[in-house]
Design a protein around this ligand. Structure first.
Ligand code: SF4
Length: 131
């Protein structure tokens, strides 16, 4: 795969690094893995589950939004779909996951050098464009 660059971001991303990373963006401290209703429907269908069963097992409500549950792991917590270093629903993972690391909070105007250093620790595929 080729290096990804997006307007407004001061870094590039090498998706090939995901193979060796072991899924650091799916583990760590507690957070939100936001998922939309149509994505839930799609993932439930892929797993051969009804929407209600899937939601009660894997999803929690956060205000007016929905997030995947997390489970304890050696790094803190992991997404409920993180198994043996990989996303078990990779083909249908939510947009939030597909967009990483190009999140609004990581745009050039929002990202301090300290936060960029933390992002690089979390994602070995991220490289500063001025390097
Ligand atoms: S859905 Fe997959 S890619 Fe997204 S956080 Fe969970 S394990 Fe990671």
């Amino acid at each position: 795969m080729s290096i990804v660059r997006k307007e407004g971001f001061g870094f590039s991303f090498d998706p090939d690094k995901c193979v060796v990373c072991g899924g650091k963006c799916c583990t760590g401290s507690e957070g939100y893995i936001f998922v939309k209703i149509d994505e839930i429907l799609d993932i439930a269908q892929m797993l051969g589950m009804e929407f209600e069963e899937f939601s009660s097992k894997f999803v929690r409500k956060v205000g007016y939004r929905f997030s995947f549950l997390e489970k304890p792991c050696s790094d803190g917590v992991a997404c409920v779909f993180y198994h043996q270093g990989k996303c078990s629903i990779y083909a249908k993972r939510p947009k939030q996951c597909r967009d990483f690391p190009f999140w609004e909070g990581y745009k050039l105007e929002n990202l301090s050098p300290e936060d960029f250093a933390i992002l690089q620790q979390e994602c070995i595929g991220v490289r500063c464009e001025s390097e």
